[in-house]
Design a protein around this ligand. Structure first.
Ligand code: PMV
Length: 335
């Protein structure tokens, strides 16, 4: 038997702009997680994912099913043929789907780790991240790579999408992305820095309860940027600068000064067209009740928002978020 878990994640700042080469910061959220367990069986390779209504032989799933894809990619990586294994890969997750908490990447990460270990191989964080990135393309279309990175590393990351796609899991270099030097298109290796958080800080994550596929908001931003390149490049620059300054504040032990940056990031995302009345209402409620800063997080239009809180404001901000329509709250400490 072999088991592995992977945390959820939240983007602190820089979403959307990160797709266009600007830095972003993401942090793991350990209050929610995906778990995979691989146990011996005698009926071939079975995938059991009750949350997705799947209890099926690997061979019966379409190759582009995300669960089948990560199993196949992992087996290719460790050099095992699917038909040489007789095992059940069971998956469970407490991470809400399509809410910006990285559910797809966490499920893939847990499976890759558990299955590789079942096959006698321990894969490193960057190896796992590269496999999961391939599957993220099925979920997101043109992901930046930030979700697989923060979840596979399980630590706060400062991520800059690289100009080149990662090597293919079979070891051959991938074709270069077709769409400009910032690497938009096929995918990107990215430059990852994990960094110190000398003074921990607390975030409340509030769920609008509205499922919003990231693929759609990313596609809308792409279209809008094609129509108004100058406006969007300036917005992306603003978000990149926010991420750089946020990292400096966190590293220098001044996370309480992050609030203004987070709120400024929300305004930039609003101008990008990815906020919604529900998200704006939650951001206003958090700020009015004493949060140091607040913003939507992730793809936008639904999903989650975050607010920077302190021990003194935590209860009040939480109550006000629920009154303003939040369907669920998660409070997490970064660092
Ligand atoms: O919705 P999420 O949290 O998975 O975030 C996606 C972040 C984007 O920048 C919008 C897309 C990406 O691939 O980086």
């Amino acid at each position: 038997m072999s088991a592995a878990a992977a945390p959820g994640k939240i983007i602190l700042c820089g979403e959307h702009a990160v797709v266009y080469g600007r830095p972003a910061i993401a942090v793991p959220v350990s209050q929610v997680e995906a778990r995979a367990i691989v146990v011996d069986s005698n009926g071939g390779l079975i995938i059991d994912a009750p949350d997705r209504g799947i209890a099926s032989r690997l061979a019966d799933l379409p190759a582009d099913d995300p669960l089948a894809a990560i199993v196949n990619l992992t087996l290719a990586k460790v050099g095992r043929a699917a038909d040489s294994l007789s095992a059940v890969v069971a998956i469970q997750s407490t991470i809400p789907i399509a809410g910006g908490l990285g559910s797809g990447a966490a499920v893939s990460t847990a499976i890759a780790r558990a299955l590789a270990s079942y096959c006698g191989r321990e894969l490193g964080a960057s190896e796992i991240s590269a496999l999961v990135f391939e599957v993220e393309k099925l979920h997101h279309g043109t992901p930046s790579g930030i979700d697989n990175t923060v979840i596979a590393f399980g630590r706060p990351v400062y991520f800059v999408r690289g100009p080149h796609p990662p090597p293919r899991p079979d070891g051959h270099p991938s074709p270069l992305s077709s769409d400009g030097e910032r690497g938009e298109g096929q995918g990107a290796r990215g430059e990852v820095t994990t960094f110190a958080v000398p003074v921990p800080f607390r975030l409340v994550i509030a769920d609008t309860g509205i499922a919003s596929p990231t693929k759609m908001t990313v596609a809308d931003v792409r279209q809008a940027r094609e129509a108004e390149p100058q406006k969007y490049e300036a917005l992306f620059d603003r978000c990149g600068e926010i991420a750089r300054r946020a990292r400096a504040l966190i590293e220098s032990g001044e996370p309480s000064s992050l609030g203004e940056l987070l709120t400024a990031n929300h305004w930039a995302l609003r101008e990008m067209g990815v906020s919604s009345p529900e998200l704006d209402r939650l951001v206003d409620a958090a700020l009015d009740s004493g949060a140091l800063g607040a913003k939507l997080s992730g793809g936008g239009r639904g999903g989650n928002m975050i607010a920077l809180i302190t021990a003194e404001t935590e209860e009040r901000v939480g109550e006000c978020l629920l009154k303003a329509g939040a369907k669920r709250l998660i409070t997490t400490t970064v660092g």
